[in-house]
Design a protein around this ligand. Structure first.
Ligand code: SF4
Length: 446
């Protein structure tokens, strides 16, 4: 729980020596509470006070990071329950389970296919985050499976091993990366803690009740482990919602440190048919590592788009860079079209132009990420801005004609724009992007 300025003040030396560059200890305390100063600026804080202040300033849910040879994933650090309180930043990772009982070549084939998955969502690449390799028995087979998966992907791994010997073999096979090891239980936690400590990797703790889970993480913390992940063994939608919400609520609102860790779930485990539905629920509330049983590009796309929409700031629209975009290799006789830099608007227009087969120049104006009508209503897409973009992006050096097409929704700007873009003819395009092809066919003559 964050301390107030006065509570912090009581932990300071109260000598007002000014060495922290603040006139009094109280002024320094207020700045600390507002997170506008750092504790190390005061050289006289006692070790005891320092420990209390650092513990109080730690986030209620620990940030845990795993890494592959290239990609990495950091989850946790949440301080709120709801997205309207504060933007969610550390989005959950989606992993695919691969069992070491598969023949090595099949394992590689499945991993490579999922590793290659890439979809585009308004200019944002959507990818699977990594793989969860499961030990089915023999430690040597597990190590071979981890190496086989590593030979086709550089993404982060989760090592699923309940036997410490297999866990050790897996961690050694993953050397040079930082996988998540799953899982310590009340039966094996000491041996698993030793493996995690030796390999310097985060460790997931698994228990069926929150009380058992908290007791387990307390034992692991006392054993010297800091980077922990919680597996509350959720089953159906109701159980998931209850347990994951309780964990988040107890950590964020009640500062229960034993539950202040990110969570891991297996929505399709035990052959559950509703894996995608459950995974969607877990993305929203509140799993941070989600292990899928099946690689299905169509389902994965839906989950990744859902995640993208939850883990963005709703007050900051997704934008594309303003500029002059070339579509279908335009020439100096090709049409010049204008739109705004709101991603969805840009892609709607660009995709329609591209699909129509017309080579064209697309002037993307800086409308602060708003769509055409919204930007116009807000004064962010007016004649002055359009003229500035056309001139600023050097359109006149790219085309031999002097015609520019504006969106039909802002036809009202055409008169004023003729004044701001002297020598240019302003054409009013269609209201909807879907009509661009037909419009060009009927109207574009050069
Ligand atoms: S350096 Fe420490 S003791 Fe001195 S004024 Fe600042 S907070 Fe107080």
């Amino acid at each position: 729980m964050a301390l107030t300025g006065l509570e912090i003040y009581k932990l300071l030396p109260q000598t007002n020596c000014k060495e922290c560059s603040f006139p009094t200890c109280l002024a320094f305390a207020m700045k600390l509470a507002a997170k506008q100063a750092e504790l190390k600026a005061c050289p006289y804080v006692s070790e005891e006070s320092k420990a209390k202040l650092e513990a109080a300033s730690a986030p209620p849910i620990r940030l845990v990071e795993i890494a592959g040879e290239e990609g990495k994933l950091a989850v946790g650090n949440e301080t709120v329950l709801f997205r309207h309180e504060k933007t969610f930043f550390h989005r959950p990772g989606l992993f695919l389970r691969l069992k070491d009982s598969l023949p090595v070549e099949e394992l590689k084939k499945q991993a490579a296919a999922a590793d290659a998955y890439k979809a585009d969502y308004v200019g944002i690449p959507l990818l699977l985050d990594g793989f969860a390799v499961e030990a089915c028995g023999d430690p040597a087979a597990f190590a071979a499976a981890v190496q086989a998966v590593r030979s086709v992907t550089k993404k982060p791994l989760i090592l699923l091993a309940s036997a410490p010997e297999a866990a050790k073999a897996g961690v050694e096979a993953a050397a040079g990366t930082r996988p998540l090891l799953h899982a310590a239980t009340s039966a094996n936690w000491q041996a698993m803690a030793d493996v995690a400590k030796a390999g310097k990797v985060p460790l997931a703790a698994r228990a069926d009740t929150l009380d058992e889970l908290a007791a387990l993480t307390e034992s692991l913390t006392k054993a010297g482990l800091e980077d922990l992940v919680l597996d509350p063994g959720v089953t159906d939608a109701k159980d998931s919602l209850e347990k994951l919400t309780w964990i988040r609520r107890l950590a964020v609102k009640k500062n229960v440190r034993a539950l202040g860790f990110p969570t891991i779930t297996f929505p399709g485990a035990d052959g559950k048919a509703d894996e995608v539905l459950l995974a969607a629920e877990h993305i929203a509330k509140y799993a941070r590592f989600i292990v899928l049983e099946r690689f299905d590009p169509a389902s994965l796309y839906g989950l990744l788009v859902l995640r993208q929409n939850i883990y963005t700031d709703p007050q900051k629209p997704i934008q594309v860079q303003p500029g002059l975009y070339e579509i279908n290799n335009p020439k100096d006789s090709s049409p010049v079209m204008v739109t705004t830099n709101f991603s969805i608007t840009y892609f709607a227009v660009a995709n329609e132009v591209e699909g129509s087969g017309w080579p064209a120049w697309l002037v993307v104006t800086d409308a602060e990420g708003m769509s055409v009508l919204t930007a116009w209503a807000a004064g962010k897409f007016d004649s002055e801005r359009i003229a500035k973009a056309v001139k600023g992006f050097g359109v006149e050096n790219k085309v031999a004609h002097r015609k520019v097409i504006i969106p039909g929704q802002v036809a009202v700007l055409s008169g004023e724009l003729e004044g701001d873009l002297t020598g240019w003819t302003i054409m009013v395009g269609p209201r909807e992007a879907v009509d661009i092809g037909a419009f060009l066919k009927a109207m574009w003559v050069n």
